[in-house]
Design a protein around this ligand. Structure first.
Ligand SMILES: *Cc1c(COP(=O)(O)O)cnc(C)c1O
Length: 458
């Protein structure tokens, strides 16, 4: 007992340890490192008391432990990763990476004062979104536009402003759940509307909608089935057909198109994604979609359509609660500006660049990365694979791509875990017991880092 007491007394004091050169030079804030030292000392005290240790570690050892602990704690939770999964719009990895121009616009909006709500010509209060709304109308030929926090917010606002207190008719085949929390029936309930589901899971006809319309009907909602496909005997009612019904009964047609492509993505092999412009042309009164899916911009929700309806949304109290922040508006404006020249969009917007990458180009990049791994003393091979658009966009669509496959001694599982645990994690996927890094979604500037880590962990 006495021995233990003596040992405990030998534990150095926090104030003394703080002055240790390892700690003094560690570069942490004083409160961070002091807390870490305290925690390490508590730990030592506990292990001595329990008899699991019989001596007090040297000051240097304690200082090392404390700096390690502080550095683990200082590691940002949100940090960069290398996306080698081949999933372009990976919801867990942040969906779209924005362009250089968009990022620097957001950076400036964050760091400096701006014209967010100031009209420099008049010297008075201006609109925070007039510019992005005009760009959206120019690009899609919409009559009016509005931007909110995300597409879920866009649908919520549109339905609440237009159909609260009434019925909303939706096909049973389109009562979707996307990304866990976006469930169409729940959103409709939240709007204070009654869901009238028509048709069946696989087949819905125009007559189903016609017979459901009554004096309580305030909207017909069409939802893009972004993350699943029903195959076999199916039929859905097009916006065009719904628009005819809507016109004759004076009921607005609202379409949630999900990904919201602004350029024709059919040329990249994506067939089933509705284009915002086409949906409006086909007669939808309101169209909503995400800013960070196929558009390739920051997270936001875009609402396009009929000016009268959009004005009602703009004046609704929910709009104030769902509006975007200035960094988003800056990044969206910069992204949309590029779309005025569709060819530039393919070059400058990362999502479109990844989608449009040619097979030959991808094979060349994979070969280059492989050579870098070998240069660093590792072993890897090039393998043909398939990338997916992802992000609740385009179910079942795969694009031929190329991946680098490390060929060291580690098993695929062990290597996957090692690379995932790095400070800048490298995330790949395992296919047939092989660990693959798809070059479609990785940036070439990162190749040196990736090659070095593969070689190290082979
Ligand atoms: C992705 C998606 C949503 C949700 O969009 P967020 O921008 O993530 O809120 C809603 N509806 C459809 C059809 C979608 O594809």
């Amino acid at each position: 007992m006495q021995e233990k007491e003596n040992l405990l007394k030998k534990i150095p004091h926090v104030d003394k340890l703080i002055k240790h050169e390892l700690i003094a030079d560690s570069g942490f804030y004083r409160h961070e490192i002091t807390e870490a030292v305290r925690d390490v000392l508590t730990d030592i005290r506990e292990t001595l008391k329990s008899g699991k240790a019989e001596s007090v570690p040297k000051d240097e050892e304690i200082a090392l432990k404390a700096t390690y602990l502080a550095s683990m704690r200082a590691q940002k939770n949100l940090r960069r990763v290398v996306n080698g999964t081949g999933v372009i719009l990976h919801s867990n990895l942040g969906r779209a990476c924005v362009s250089q121009k968009a990022a620097s616009a957001a950076h400036d909006a964050a760091m400096f004062y701006s014209t967010l709500e100031y009209d420099t010509k008049k010297g008075e209060r201006g609109s925070r979104t007039a510019q992005v709304e005009k760009l959206l109308c120019d690009i899609t030929k919409a009559k009016s536009a509005l931007v909110v926090n995300n597409n879920a917010a866009a649908v919520l606002l549109a339905l609440t402003a237009v159909a609260s207190g009434g019925n909303i008719i939706v096909s049973r085949g389109e009562l979707v759940e996307i990304g866990g929390a976006f469930r169409v029936p729940d959103i409709i309930e939240q709007c204070g509307s009654k869901l009238i589901a028509v048709g069946t899971t696989n087949k819905t006809r125009l007559s189903d909608f016609e017979s459901a319309v009554n004096e309580d009907t305030k909207a017909i909602l069409k939802v893009h089935t972004s993350n699943f496909k029903v195959v076999g005997f199916t039929s859905a009612v097009s916006v065009k057909e719904l628009a005819g019904l809507g016109k004759s009964k004076d009921i607005p047609i609202i379409e949630d198109i999900g990904s919201g492509a602004l350029v024709d993505v059919r040329r990249y092999g994506i067939q089933d994604e509705p284009l915002a412009e086409e949906s409006l042309k086909d007669g939808a009164d309101v169209v909503t979609f995400s800013g960070d899916k196929l558009l390739g911009g920051p997270q936001c929700g875009i609402i396009l359509g009929n000016k009268k309806l959009i004005d009602v949304m703009k004046k609704h109290p929910l709009y104030r609660a769902l509006r975007c922040d200035k960094m988003t508006i800056a990044a969206l404006e910069a992204t949309l500006r590029v779309y005025l020249d569709p060819r530039a969009a393919e070059q400058e917007i990362p999502v479109l660049k990844m989608l449009s990458a040619k097979e030959g180009e991808l094979k060349e990049r994979a070969t280059k990365l492989c050579a870098e791994v070998e240069n660093d003393g590792g072993k890897a091979g090039v393998i043909e694979t398939k990338s997916v658009a992802g992000g609740g966009a385009v179910p079942g669509l795969t694009l031929k791509s190329y991946a680098v496959m490390p060929m060291g001694d580690l098993s695929a599982d062990a290597l996957e875990k090692k690379l995932r645990s790095l400070e800048v994690p490298i995330i790949g996927r395992i296919e047939d017991d092989k660990f693959l890094l798809d070059v479609r979604t990785m940036f070439e500037d990162d190749f040196e880092y990736i090659a070095g880590e593969i070689a190290k962990h082979d």
